[in-house]
Design a protein around this ligand. Structure first.
Ligand SMILES: [Zn+2]
Length: 349
């Protein structure tokens, strides 16, 4: 991609991560995506689950291709209002309490009002609690300190806060001079930005895609069933665009596109994987093949729910996934370029 396109992608990521969208409360972010697509004149519609399906008709309308990225993120929900006026949480998605310790958060009441707070260990103060460092970070010990004068559960209820209110974490998005993007929720808003930019590029360049291509912005991935519906019967290939997982023994990095060979759901379609590698090599795209040990995607969820499709998974490399994440412009660049060539390529079967 040109440097300008990468910059545009980064700007879009910044906008997306700042719209709270824990799984179960994605209305506002979907609205944002819908406006973006409407402006481009790309046909789109919401499904009943609240996700968004955009479609660009192609030369061949009898065989379809689908790409997906999820816009829902990790989050929490108010489980209990403690007598002290602090809030107990229930987590949404797969992560540990230590990943959000000390983080700022926002609570949205059912009437749409928002309040801020901080996620803390109950025994945080080292001047008071001997076990501040060793006490377990769990549901019992972690709580939200509201930035309001509340001393009882009643005080909290008077604000309109109730059990079931959604809690979102401050993304703390930042771009460094050296090209890194640090933020929560790069999983998977970095990929949503890449798909939106891809659609924009297709429009701007007046490309006719070889097949009708759907772009599903799913909204239930973090709980396992985001993109397993709204798949047209004509769909042959289904590519999930989601983060590549980094860590010990992983080949994924922040500077290339990560092509997933296998995750906890099993291997991805061999022909599609080889096709993606061939495209990367032909177009000088840096890529890494990798296996993600504890991972499932919208593509594997679609297979599980019974769809007979060729499924694949590709995405930017994200460090410290499901915590305070980071990627680099280079990874966005290579992943975006791979997607650009992919949507113009022939189906593998
Ligand atoms: Zn994800």
């Amino acid at each position: 991609m040109t440097d300008d396109r990468v910059t545009e992608t980064v700007e879009l990521i910044k906008e997306l991560v700042q719209i709270p969208s824990p799984t179960g409360n994605t209305y506002e972010v979907i609205q944002f995506v819908q406006s973006y697509l409407d402006e481009l004149g790309i046909q789109n519609k919401r499904n009943r689950k609240g996700g968004l399906l955009a479609t660009i008709p192609g030369e061949d309308t009898s065989q379809h291709r689908m790409l997906t990225a999820h816009v829902d993120t990790l989050g929490a929900i108010v489980k209990e209002i403690k007598p002290s006026g602090r809030l107990r949480m229930d987590l949404i998605g797969g992560f540990r309490y230590n990943a959000i310790e000390g983080e700022y958060c926002q609570i949205e009441t059912s009437s749409g009002e928002t309040f801020t707070g901080t996620i803390l260990m109950h025994q945080t103060s080292v001047h008071v609690y001997k076990e501040a460092g060793t006490a377990e970070r769990n549901q019992k010990n972690m709580e939200i300190r509201l930035d309001e004068r509340v001393h009882s559960a009643d005080d909290v209820r008077k604000l309109g806060i109730e059990v079931g209110d959604f809690i979102s974490f401050d993304p703390r998005v930042e771009e460094t001079e050296s090209g890194y993007i640090k933020s929560r929720h790069l999983d998977d808003k970095a990929s949503v930005a890449l798909l939106l930019q891809l659609m924009k590029r297709v429009k701007e360049e007046g490309l006719t895609l070889p097949y009708t291509t759907h772009f599903l912005i799913s909204n239930n991935e973090e709980i396992g069933y985001g993109g397993n519906a709204s798949i047209s019967p004509e769909t042959v290939e289904y590519l999930a665009v989601d983060m590549g997982a980094m860590g010990d023994g992983q080949s994924t990095d922040e500077y290339s596109a990560s092509i997933c060979v296998k995750d906890a759901s099993g291997p991805y379609h061999y022909l599609l994987r080889k096709h993606l590698v061939r495209l990367a090599e032909t177009h000088g795209i840096d890529y890494k093949l990798d296996i993600y040990p504890y991972y499932g995607s919208d593509a594997s969820a679609a297979i599980r729910s019974g769809h007979d499709i060729v499924h694949g998974l590709v995405g930017p490399g994200i460090d410290s996934s499901h915590a305070y994440e980071r990627t680099h412009r280079d990874s966005l660049d290579h992943t975006g370029t791979l997607l650009y060539h992919y949507v113009q390529s022939k189906l593998v079967i």
